[in-house]
Design a protein around this ligand. Sequence first.
Ligand SMILES: Cc1cc2nc3c(=O)[nH]c(=O)nc-3n(C[C@H](O)[C@H](O)[C@H](O)COP(=O)(O)OP(=O)(O)OC[C@H]3O[C@@H](n4cnc5c(N)ncnc54)[C@H](O)[C@@H]3O)c2cc1C
Length: 682
Amino acid sequence: MQKTIAIVGGGFAGVACGKTLLKLLGRDKARIVVFSEENYMVFQPLLAEVAGSSILPEAAAIPLRVAMPGIECRREKVMDLDLARNELTYESFEGHKRYLAYDHVVLACGSGVNMMAVPGMADHAMPFRTVAHAVALRAQISQQLEQAAVTEDEAKRRFLLTFAVIGGGFSGVEVAGEINDLLNAAEKFYPTIRPEDAQVILIHSRDQLLPEVSSSLRDFTRRKMEEHGVKILLQQRVKLVTGEGVTLVDGTQHRAATVVGTTGTAPHAFVERMKAEKEKGRLKTAPDLRLIGFHNAWAIGDCAHIINGFDNEPAQPTGQLAEREGKQCAANIAAVLEGKPTKPFFFKPLGMLCAIGGHNAVGEMMGFKLSGFLTWWIWRSVYLMKIPSFSRKVKVAMDWTWELLFSRDITGVRIDSANRVNDAYFQSGSYVFKTGDPATDFYVIEKGEVEVLRELEPGKGPETVAIFGPGDFFGEMALIEDRPRNASVKARTDVELTIIGKNMFARMSKVIAPLAQQVNSAIRKRTMLRRRLPRTAAILQTTLLKDLVEPLASQPLSGNCTFFSAVSLFEKEKADFYCVVDDNAQLIGVLTRTDLLAALEQASALPEAERETMLVVDIMTKNPLWVTTSDSPLLVAEMMRERNLKRLPVVFAVDDLRLSGYVRLEALMALVIRKISQQSPP
Ligand SMILES: Cc1cc2nc3c(=O)[nH]c(=O)nc-3n(C[C@H](O)[C@H](O)[C@H](O)COP(=O)(O)OP(=O)(O)OC[C@H]3O[C@@H](n4cnc5c(N)ncnc54)[C@H](O)[C@@H]3O)c2cc1C
């Protein structure tokens, strides 16, 4: 009777498994179904070449139907696996939930990317695992070259052409080498760019690159890459990634317009949900590759934790091992179906090869250590042989020959970011955009504050003309008027922003009427004081805010104060609001009567024990807007007018949020009236 064998994943492991099963069992004995999120297998060792423009993207993507003819390929995503019922759930092409009952299931779904490993990496770094990632990186390199070629600002040119690659494993080394080669090759087409303007920085946490190869080859890799101009930072960890570059744990900052993240893997969501034994998120297998405790569920490739019988060590997550595991798994499934014993996984690795840029590679093969140009040639030949499709082999060979004879392709297909919505993190002091930059996005502040800087009088340098905080937006004027930025926006504290692309912003403001109204009303209010009341603006501009700060009417509350004690304080002191501070007396929130009412509603639905443990920190308005004693009263008045606020807390400085007091709009206006009547008495 025909058995159904489901393979989840069409990568190195899944393809090798499927092909071997078909060979061993034939179509009569087995229905082999391969699920894959894409209809092609990604040949990841060639991705860096795609990014570096050595080969065209399709050459690294081999159609599954070509790679394994005769096998049922389904480009549908597996959502869940019920190991007890022998059934998998997948999302059909039309978006419906579908089920497949199987006799055997093979998990070969690889691993996902964990861009959350470093703060800011998900928002500002480019991942590097898929063909789409490689194409996006190639487009980015081209865009940076074009922009740098026409900028007259030297510092900006260097910033645009600095690429930081995080992670010195296979993918990090390969991609850093390829970016560097592409930049070098492109130089002759960009006469305004000097060699010293471009820089690739490779950051690795260990003391040597490429942990997979021997120590002498690691040294060779480093030496060769440095000779070709790559800056290598070893034993350095990235603490933060922002739109300005990377900050290392030791506090050093490296400005780079492009950051590529090659570290951080994570299991796929459905593997995470599976009730099976795991090691560091990977599915633990018995020696014959079956999931521990299951007779018909198998795991291979990067998603599996497999002990290699050759050295009794966990098998490395590499293409070579994934392929071998796939073949062995197929042989074991065939053995089970034929009532024969299975064999444990045993494989003596053939060696390692890694291209490091500049027509150099390093490798270890059959006990020999190899490096240099010849090794690079072997690297190319080996990967050419491994590509599981004849037409793709020819395509890659042609691309490589082309690249040896002619220049690299510098075409940059633009990736449309005008429709994007994403989050971003900017460190205090870094710029969100600068005067003269093209207007591409609209920004909404989720946390923190920014200041808008504009040169009001030529030669006097930029002055702060507005401060925005949580809930505020900016960047709309240049988008509406379709012109470059006429002001810079700088993070006053660490800020979290939502960035909305130009087209998306246009569409949203067209269909969401309240958004358009709010934007228009904010624009009117923002410019009103300076435009319509120039005398008022001039008086406020020349006054010091510290002279207008009033002491707080009531002592600030501690965030750890219980909800009930806050209620009794409000009743006793008849205050309208309280500032809330942490143990270091830093402002962390504001508690208003509205917050209290919302909390009372919430508390009535809770059991008494939980109600008693409710703290002020849980119910307050977090990240409140504040100003510092050195801010201009004009800015403060504008901030309050725009948001219809009557008062604002005043802190000592942007990096010292201790409370100095508060400022009232009424007090600011009273001062203006007093000064105007002194200047021109009735
Ligand atoms: C940039 C880069 C360079 C590399 N260079 C080398 C190198 O030079 N040498 C080397 O040996 N190794 C290299 N590797 C590692 C190697 O590529 C991996 O070890 C190998 O791809 C693992 O194979 P796999 O079959 O387990 O997973 P993958 O090849 O990642 O395939 C996973 C498959 O599962 C599918 N899938 C995932 N989730 C689902 C789902 N829910 N439903 C349906 N399908 C799903 C995917 O669509 C995909 O088809 C590199 C990796 C990267 C990222």
